[in-house]
Write a protein that binds this ligand. Structure first.
Ligand SMILES: Nc1ncnc2c1ncn2[C@@H]1O[C@H](COP(=O)(O)OP(=O)(O)OP(=O)(O)O)[C@@H](O)[C@H]1O
Ligand SMILES: [Mg+2]
Length: 379
């Protein structure tokens, strides 16, 4: 329900104040009456009117002076002012407009004409208020987006630095590998040396994955992609996350898929966001199961990402693909999941560019399954 518009009536004649208050209240406006210009200025911040009906000739400050003061001191206040005056010759009306009056009505006035003018100006004020709100929302979205771009730029720099560091780790690792191999030959009976060799092999695998993924993320040309490999790499990288490693059991059921022609980053980012969403949904549980399946059915590549998390309300289902829709805070001081609400919106756009579709099946308290379907003939 919308709130009634607020009207402040300023007049030094009590009977006019009472009359106007009655007809305006009858017309569903919230009304405040004041008997002088000085009193009106003092009450502006308290009552916050949408419109002021301002008598011109009053003892003390005149209507012109009150209007000029409001327009000079409150440049951002979009309040509408209608001057009500027995002096309504063209010259006086023009003077009123110069001081910032929006409209003029002569005394004695016709009640219906006054109500019609008030209706026009309160409607205009409401539209202006909506525009201001919209503008504020847009500014907020631009602020968030700019921050994301700055963060992305920072991440890109961090990424380049990381790639350099990871690359440099290869040299000492090669030395460790050679020595562990040598030790393993000389002391085949010491099982710890075999463990050391296995750890070195694993580190080499992680380094190769990071370097390869980073390289492919930057290639913005279509290539033949093994979607199963993308999923495996994403899960491999998630293992660095403490929560994921200890609280989430991952089931991978990947069937052979044809290579899919596309931009690598589109799939690593889309699947990455879907997997992150699934992991986030299980954050407040002691343990969760993430199931990732792939198969080919009816000429469609199907990727299913299922979680046993909080689920999605049926009435929110239509909103989750809207840009900026999120139930996660933007920033936190701890490790709780954060979000901007752009993940699914960009996922949908990227998958749709390959004529693909995303389907969501969810049950509150049970979990969510996201199914990505991609037509094989687009390969
Ligand atoms: N698997 C899921 N389980 C429960 N809710 C989900 C799941 N996936 C998405 N959602 C809901 O949809 C919202 C929008 O998801 P989306 O990926 O677009 O944004 P986000 O994850 O909040 O932020 P980000 O921009 O970082 O991805 C989430 O905030 C969450 O409420
Ligand atoms: Mg997300």
């Amino acid at each position: 329900m919308t709130l009634p518009n607020k009207i402040m009536v300023v007049d030094d004649v009590p009977s006019i104040l009472t009359f106007l208050k009655d007809i305006l209240t009858e017309a569903n406006y919230e009304v405040d009456t004041v008997g002088s210009g000085e009193h009106a200025l003092a009450r502006l911040n308290i009552f916050k009117p949408d419109l002021i009906l301002l008598d011109n000739i009053m003892p003390g400050m005149s209507g012109y002076e009150v209007c000029r003061k409001i327009r000079e001191d409150r440049t951002n206040d979009p309040v509408k002012i209608i001057m009500v005056s027995s002096k309504s010759k063209l010259k006086e009306r023009l003077r009123g407009y110069e001081t910032g009056v929006d409209d003029y009505i002569g005394k004695p006035f016709d009640e219906n004409e006054l109500l019609a003018k008030i209706h026009v100006f309160t409607r205009l004020k409401n539209v202006e208020d909506e525009l201001v709100d919209l503008n504020n929302q847009l500014n907020e979205q631009v602020r968030i987006r700019t921050q994301q771009l700055l963060d992305a730029e920072k991440m890109a720099t961090v990424g380049r630095l990381t790639a350099g560091i990871v690359h440099n780790l290869n040299n000492p690792l090669q030395i460790m590998m050679s020595i562990s191999q040598l030790l393993a030959i000389r002391h085949p009976d010491i099982s710890r040396i075999t463990d050391l060799r296995k750890a070195c092999d694993r580190m080499q695998g992680i380094i190769a994955t990071i370097l390869n993924t980073g390289k492919r993320e930057n290639e913005l040309v279509p290539v033949q992609i093994d979607l199963n490999e993308v999923l495996q790499d994403l899960v491999e990288m998630l293992k660095a996350n403490h929560f994921f490693k200890y609280k989430i059991r991952t089931k991978m059921e990947l069937r052979p898929l044809p290579l899919f022609r596309g931009i690598y980053a589109h799939f690593s980012q889309s699947f990455g966001n879907l997997i992150n969403n699934a992991v986030d949904a299980m954050y407040y549980q002691n343990e969760g199961v993430l199931t990732i399946q792939s198969c080919v059915t009816d000429q469609l590549i199907q990727i299913k990402i299922a979680d046993t998390g909080v689920g999605i309300d049926a009435d929110k289902m239509d909103m989750i693909f809207d840009p900026f829709y999120t139930t996660k805070p933007l920033t936190v001081d701890d490790n709780r999941p954060t979000g901007t609400g752009l993940g699914l919106a960009s996922c949908q756009e990227m998958i749709a560019s390959y004529s693909g579709k995303i389907k969501v099946v969810s049950q509150i308290g049970k979990g969510t399954t996201i199914i990505v379907k991609l037509p094989i003939d687009a390969c």
